[in-house]
Design a protein around this ligand. Structure first.
Ligand SMILES: [Zn+2]
Length: 306
């Protein structure tokens, strides 16, 4: 069933587990993610980034595909604009059927970030969409932003931010960054920031960005500390690329459809492992209340389970 991140993450925060949020760039990756989540009976969030849509998969093409796949499974599936940063991009996502927006005002000063996040939260809530805001700044691993403590979220600001903006989820900066770390580097996550933000916001859903390259142990501890949404994109793209390379090395004359099938299988296995880390296996069972169903009719939403 197609739903928004508020529905998914409210349950995750109440029951202390996390949901995987990852990107789909084509039919194979979208189907692999939703199939893996369906087999694990886990809710899942599909992130579509602004650059990704600009450079590769336009929302007009990819969103209907994801919504079709979502209509064939009972697990909750949300499509969330990742790091939306302008009215133009946010309206493009709304027009194209996204159920959720992550608004990133983290490069603005605190007051401006609050004001803008509140503005977009009001729009999203009027449309029954979910919204995530960011406090602190999760930067790029290539710039070493994960080590810059002045970019980390200040838990003392979290309460005011959440209360003022009405956001449904809070992305925090606590030692991870987007993209790839230097070879062999494992980020040091400040779990106290996660715990303190959770406490300061009365249990608000908290998101970890830059989950790729963090290592299983860090992810398990982050979930225990209070993370409810784990963004992992670079690692799934790499797993997909590596699967293609391994198959081609093994059998350079492999049929194209067989090659795609092997790649899809690799993405499924990757997603299943992260679902295990997140604690979301079996949690789709929590979403049987028809009130949770968004945008699709009841008949479709509770119909076929893959
Ligand atoms: Zn991010």
């Amino acid at each position: 069933m197609y739903t928004n991140i508020k529905t998914i993450l409210t349950d995750a925060a109440e029951k202390n587990y996390a949901v995987i949020a990852t990107s789909a760039v084509n039919m194979e990756s979208a189907r692999a993610i939703i199939t893996a989540a369906s087999e694990k009976c886990a809710p899942v969030i599909i992130l579509l980034g602004q650059n990704m849509m600009h450079n590769h998969a336009k929302a007009e093409l990819i969103v209907p595909l994801i919504k079709t796949l979502a209509s064939y499974t009972k697990i909750p599936v949300a499509v969330c604009l990742d790091h939306g940063s302008s009215t133009e991009r946010i309206m493009y996502a709304i027009k194209n059927g996204f159920s959720s927006i992550m608004y990133d005002g983290s490069l603005y000063d605190f007051e401006t970030n609050m004001r803008k996040t509140k503005h977009y939260a009001e729009i999203c809530h009027a449309l029954n969409m979910g919204i995530e805001g960011e406090l602190g700044h999760v930067g790029q691993a290539s710039s070493g932003d994960n080590l810059k403590e002045d970019l980390y979220t200040r838990p003392e600001d979290a309460r005011e931010f959440v209360k003022f903006t009405g956001t449904d989820c809070l992305a925090v900066a606590c030692g991870t960054a987007h993209g790839e770390y230097p070879a062999g580097f494992v980020p040091q996550i400040n779990f106290d920031i996660i715990k303190s933000c959770k406490d300061a916001t009365n249990g608000m859903p908290i998101a970890l960005h830059g989950g790729s390259g963090s290592g299983d142990e860090n992810i398990l501890k982050a979930v225990k500390a209070g993370i409810n949404k784990i963004n992992v994109v670079t690692d799934v793209f790499n797993a997909s690329r590596d699967a293609l390379k391994a198959e081609l090395d093994k059998n350079p004359k492999i049929g194209y459809m067989d090659l795609m099938a092997r790649q899809e299988e690799a993405i499924q296995n990757f997603i299943k492992h992260w679902i295990d880390l997140s604690g979301s296996e079996g949690r789709a069972e929590n979403f049987t209340n028809p009130e949770n169903i968004f945008m699709l009719g009841k008949t479709q939403a509770v119909g076929i389970s893959e």
